[in-house]
Design a protein around this ligand. Structure first.
Ligand code: FE2
Length: 226
C-alpha cells in the first residue's frame, strides 16, 4: 500500500508563508485522502504494489480517470512538500546559471512562474521543468502530472488549488505564490532535480509501496503474489 510521506519539517515550520493550520489540513486531510483513494483504486485495477509512478502512467494509458486523478495528486503533493523549506537559500551554481539562461535571472523566473500560477484557471499546479531546450514554466490541471508528459523533468511545483492557500490568503492567489516563491522554495531540491535531469543521480520518486501487514488468524486472505 502507498504511504502518506511524512513532511520534511514541522507543521509550523513554514509560517508565516504557510500556516500550521493550512499545512496540517493540506497534508493530513487532502493528501491523505488522495493516498487512501489511490490504495483503494489501484487494488481494484490490479496495480497495487507497483511504484506509484507506474500507477500514474498506467492509469493515464488505460483511461482510468479516477485512479489517474488520485494517484497524480498523491505524487504531486509528495513532490510539493519537498519543494519547500524553512531554511531558504537562493539558487546557486549550475541551477542559477540555467535560470539566467532561460529567464535572465531569478526575478524573470519569478515573474514567469507567478504569472503562470495566477493565470491558471481553477485548480492545478504551476511547474518549472527542465526541457530539452532548457528550463521552462508550465501548468497542468487538477491531478495531471508532468511524469506522463514529454515536456521535461519536473524541478519545482506550486500547488494552486484553493486548499493550498485559502485559509491564509483567501482569494489572493498571487500574494500566496509571490511570498511562497520569495521565502519558501527549497532551491537545493530544485538543483538536485536539475542534476538528475542532466543524467547524474536519480530524480524524485514517491516512497516505495509497503507490503500490507500480515493480518494472521484463521480465514485471513493470503497475500497477493508480487
Ligand atoms: Fe493540494
Amino acid at each position: 500500500m502507498y504511504v502518506l510521506p511524512e513532511l520534511p519539517y514541522a507543521h509550523d515550520a513554514l509560517e508565516p508563508v504557510v500556516s500550521a493550520e493550512t499545512l496540517r489540513t493540506h497534508h493530513g486531510k487532502h493528501h491523505k485522502a488522495y493516498v487512501d483513494k489511490t490504495n483503494e483504486l489501484s487494488a481494484k485495477a490490479g496495480l497495487a504494489g507497483r511504484p506509484l509512478e507506474e500507477v500514474v502512467r498506467e492509469a493515464r494509458r488505460t483511461g482510468d480517470q479516477k485512479l489517474f486523478n488520485n494517484s497524480g495528486q498523491a505524487w504531486n503533493h509528495a513532490f510539493f512538500w519537498e519543494c519547500m523549506t524553512p531554511d531558504y537559500q537562493p539558487p546557486s551554481g549550475e541551477l542559477a546559471q540555467a535560470i539566467d539562461r532561460a529567464f535572465g535571472g531569478l526575478a524573470g523566473l519569478k515573474e514567469a512562474f507567478v504569472t503562470e500560477g495566477v493565470n491558471h484557471f481553477a485548480s492545478g499546479w504551476a511547474w518549472l521543468l527542465a526541457g530539452a531546450d532548457g528550463l521552462k514554466v508550465t501548468s497542468y490541471h487538477d491531478g495531471d502530472s508532468p511524469i506522463v508528459h514529454e515536456d521535461g523533468v519536473p524541478l519545482l511545483v506550486c500547488d494552486v488549488w484553493e486548499h493550498a492557500y485559502y485559509l491564509d490568503y483567501k482569494n489572493d492567489r498571487k500574494g500566496f505564490i509571490e511570498r511562497w516563491f520569495d521565502q519558501a522554495v527549497n532551491w537545493a531540491f530544485v538543483e538536485a532535480q536539475l542534476t538528475a535531469a542532466n543524467g547524474q543521480g536519480q530524480p524524485f520518486r514517491y516512497p516505495a509501496p509497503e507490503r500490507d501487514a500480515p493480518s494472521g488468524g484463521a480465514g485471513a486472505a493470503p497475500s497477493a503474489p508480487r
